[in-house]
Design a binder for this molecule. Structure first.
Ligand code: UGA
Length: 448
């Protein structure tokens, strides 16, 4: 099938690449011409595991095309996936101006009927507005614009794997014809008819289910899922604070809790809390939407508050350990909001650095992928590609992202070069006992 993807960010590029790998002909467009030029030159503007090879293969097989001419891309596809940003406004409400802009573009540029798919994360009832905008700006009464909601459940860092091996594919539609079109698009994914860059020919058995729902339900499923996961993390973080007061160990508590299949072990990791461009904004948008519907989602407000307080909790430890921050040399290990991504949006590490700088510390930072994105925002920081260089001569090392390279860090080696053996771990990566044996003053979340 011929598909158009509007917006070549994390979601759009992964969607376009994987649908091309599934055998569709995909036309990608973005208002950022530089991004399109990079893609045309075979370069990938973001770091996402396996994305480069999937895009390369798709280009070689002539399944993916890039253009900065939105009209051309819109006319090329039978189905159009909207993958543009929906950032938060000051009020927390989702800013849907990019969706609105694209809707008008589609209506004005299309010459044939289209199925328009919301892939971007949007609040419930956006589909209704999208449908209205498409109809209002349509240039030709003969053309029919139908809308579907197909929320993504892609985690940054494992997005390609998530796309090829989904738990579920949710499709919100208004009629059977649209459902059939969406099924046709996803059949190669469900039937494993693509080259998997992760497992080659040996993908694990079992593939996700395609669920057909109403548009409103599909939109709600996305926000309800992300908010629930955010809630789970904040819950674990409050348990962690309680563990510190009581003298219990959060890892022991959450591990045992998670063995109950009704709870599950994932997303119970205590630490600096959630960041990234999904949870913080989605939870705000969901609170806002609920309130507009006359439902005060106090539970989510509390989860958001708990998350914001994680930086304060972390600094309580920093102050306790370092006493005075002013004049101290401090290393920050990890800038990205989580491992395996170069994304620093709403990254807790950046808040940590801002606070360290405000309190007069000299900050040295290292991250495997996110340095070039952070530099323009925080030019005062000294950056090191080599994390061992970042901790040299420092009074304390603060761990902010759970990269594998930091998990495996040789603290014995690093300890010899530090001014003081002090580690404050925002991600609970190390054994307190081992760190103590290495002569470190070691602080983490919810553990002695
Ligand atoms: C999240 C969801 O997991 C995806 O399903 C969804 O599609 C995506 O948002 C989206 O809406 O686009 P993502 O933001 O990439 O994916 O990252 P997660 O792996 O969910 O982690 C979010 C944050 O929570 C990270 O900052 C991570 O460090 C933190 N986290 C995660 C914890 O603090 N504790 C945990 O136990 C798990």
């Amino acid at each position: 099938m011929r598909l158009t993807v509007i917006g070549c960010g994390y979601v759009g590029l992964v969607t376009g690449a994987c649908l091309a790998a599934a055998g569709h002909e995909v036309y990608c467009t973005d208002i950022d011409e530089k991004r399109i030029d990079l893609l045309k030159a075979g370069k990938v503007p973001i770091y996402e595991e396996h994305l480069e090879e999937v895009l390369k293969r798709a280009a070689e097989e002539k399944k993916i095309f890039y253009t900065s001419n939105a009209g051309e891309a819109i006319r090329a596809g039978e189905v159009i996936f909207i993958c543009v940003g929906t950032p938060p406004k000051e009020s927390g409400e989702a800013d849907l101006s990019a969706i609105d802009h694209v809707a008008r573009q589609i209506a004005m540029e299309a010459r044939t009927s289209k199925l328009v798919v919301e892939k971007s994360t949007v609040p419930a009832l956006t589909g209704v507005q999208l449908q209205k905008a498409l109809a209002a700006y349509s240039q030709n009464g003969e053309l029919k614009f139908e809308v579907a909601s197909n929320p993504e459940f892609l985690r940054e860092g494992t997005a390609v794997g998530d796309f090829f091996h989904p738990d579920r594919i949710v499709v919100g539609v208004e009629n059977e014809k649209c459902a059939a079109t969406m099924r046709e698009i996803y059949n190669p994914i469900l039937g494993r008819k693509f080259h998997c860059p992760i497992h080659g020919g040996t993908c694990p058995s079992g593939s996700g289910e395609l669920l057909i729902t109403t548009i409103n339900s599909a939109e709600l499923i996305k926000h309800a899922s992300n908010s629930f996961l955010a809630l789970k993390i904040s819950y674990a973080n409050v348990i962690s604070d309680l563990c510190e007061r009581i003298g219990a160990d959060v890892e022991e508590v959450t591990h045992a809790m998670g063995l109950d299949p009704r709870i599950g072990t994932q997303f119970l990791k205590a630490g600096l809390g959630f960041g990234g461009f999904c949870f913080p904004k989605d939870i705000q948008a969901f609170i806002h939407l609920s309130s507009a519907m006359g439902i005060e989602f106090d539970m989510l407000k509390a989860a958001e508050r708990v998350n914001k307080q994680r930086i304060d909790r972390f600094f309580e430890k920093v102050h306790k350990a370092l006493w005075v921050i002013k004049g101290k040399k401090v290393a920050v290990l990890g800038l990205a909001f989580k491992a395996n991504t170069d994304d620093i949006r709403f990254a807790p590490a950046l808040d940590v650095i801002r606070r360290l700088l405000a309190e007069g510390a000299e900050v040295h930072a290292s991250d495997p992928e996110a340095i070039s994105r952070t530099k323009p925002l925080l030019p005062e920081v000294k950056y090191h590609d080599d994390p061992y260089a970042a901790v040299k001569g420092v009074d304390a090392a603060l761990v902010c992202t759970e990269w594998q390279v930091f998990r495996k860090f040789d603290w014995e080696k690093a300890g010899h070069t530090m001014a003081r053996r002090l580690v404050i771990d925002g991600r609970n990566l190390y054994s307190p006992k081992k760190m103590q044996e290495l002569g470190f003053d070691y602080y983490s979340f919810g553990r002695k």
